[in-house]
Design a protein around this ligand. Structure first.
Ligand code: NAP
Ligand code: 8YV
Length: 316
């Protein structure tokens, strides 16, 4: 049996499948994870983690016999891939199996912002409907210009799911894609032109605070920001100020700068819809992600190859 380290928790189904071929060690149960790594790191040959917990570079150094890292999630900004590549360790992730789910979450946030879902629900629950009368009118989510920041696998799924809403799709990414949507090579210009800006790039240094005060001002007082990517992509303090001062209309957020901490100033605003990073969190999608996370390591154990390496590790 090979020794597998679980850095963050895994589902019962994943653990049951892992147990068939691996001896499982759970770092999240260790009172002092760094001390545990120093004492036991040399026996670990496989790691499973998730997009939130990642793998600390010091932990990788403490595992000289590490053969592969499998991430339960498509985003891997919390894993140092340069370090892994330099050591010849493949890193895998779970692309595609969650595209539709995360796209549904983006749509849920867009609709909740446009149609005042939370305020209207509270209107019924509080008894205000009976005592004060009808709720104020909301806005139609149909016929809007939606700017996708990061037209990749999930960005395309979001564009597809918006088709019945007759949205005009525009996008910004570093490279123009072979699609019919209007391409903006400048994010500010796209923000100026759209009603909704949906962030769905990877996190990490390359996208840090890409959505800054200037972009938020360009989106404007009638604009809606949706973030289902990583909290680091949006300047959270600039976002709070723009929403509080009415320079930005609404925001629907699934991700935050320092999860699970969400600033009180953001939680106090009425023009936001806040979700606890549940973009992919349905039983069906998490089962598919879990299976791919396990399958990658089972395949590596069998023949030294993996199914879905991150692009940086594709050549290993
Ligand atoms: P993907 O297929 O790699 O797409 C990412 C897109 O972002 C690409 O089109 C890329 O195009 C663009 N991009 C990268 N860096 C950029 C930059 N600096 N400026 C502008 N555009 C940039 O990835 P995916 O599978 O769609 O996943 C995207 C991300 O969603 C993940 O990395 C993760 O952070 C997040 N996510 C969140 C949840 C959630 O629960 N909320 C769930 C799943 C995924 P170019 O290379 O041409 O720039
Ligand atoms: C997960 C995600 O919540 O796939 C991603 O990048 O953000 C989510 O699907 C995350 O990986 C933790 O498991």
């Amino acid at each position: 049996m090979a020794d597998l380290l679980l850095i963050g928790d895994a589902t019962d189904e994943m653990k049951a499948r892992f147990r068939e071929k691996f001896t499982i060690h759970t770092l999240y149960d260790a009172a002092d994870p760094a001390a545990w790594m120093t004492e036991h790191g040399t026996k670990i040959s496989y790691v499973a983690t998730n997009g939130h917990d990642g793998v600390k570079p010091a932990y990788v150094e403490a595992m000289p016999n590490l053969k592969a890292i499998s991430c339960y999630g498509v985003g891997y900004d919390s894993i140092d891939t340069a370090q892994a590549v330099s050591l010849g360790i493949p890193v895998t992730h779970t692309p595609n199996v969650l595209n539709a789910e995360v796209a549904s979450t983006a749509l849920l946030l867009i609709l909740a912002c446009y149609r005042n879902l939370l305020a209207d629900e509270a209107h019924v629950r509080s008894g205000d409907w009976e005592s004060k009368g009808n709720a104020p009118l909301s806005r139609s989510a149909d016929n809007q210009t939606v700017g996708i920041l990061g037209l990749g696998r999930i960005g395309q799924a979001i564009a597809d799911k918006l088709a019945p809403f007759n949205s005009k799709i525009v996008y910004h990414s570093r490279n123009k894609k072979p699609v019919d949507y209007t391409y903006y090579d400048n994010l500010n210009e796209m923000a100026q032109a759209c009603d909704v800006l949906v962030c769905i790039t990877p996190g990490g240094a390359g996208t840090h605070n890409l959505v800054n005060e200037e972009v938020l001002n360009a989106l404007g007082s009638k604009g809606t920001l949706i973030n289902v990517s990583r909290g680091s992509v949006v300047d959270e303090q600039a976002l709070i100020a723009a929403l509080a001062e009415g320079r930005l209309g609404w925001a629907g957020l699934d991700v935050f700068a320092t999860e699970p901490k969400v600033p009180a100033a953001l939680r106090a605003l009425s023009n936001v819809v806040l979700l606890p990073h549940v973009g992919s969190a349905t039983e069906e999608t998490r089962a598919a992600m879990g299976n791919l996370t396990v399958d990658n390591l089972l395949q590596h154990l069998k023949d030294g190859t993996v199914i879905s390496p991150v692009p940086e590790c594709a050549h290993l």
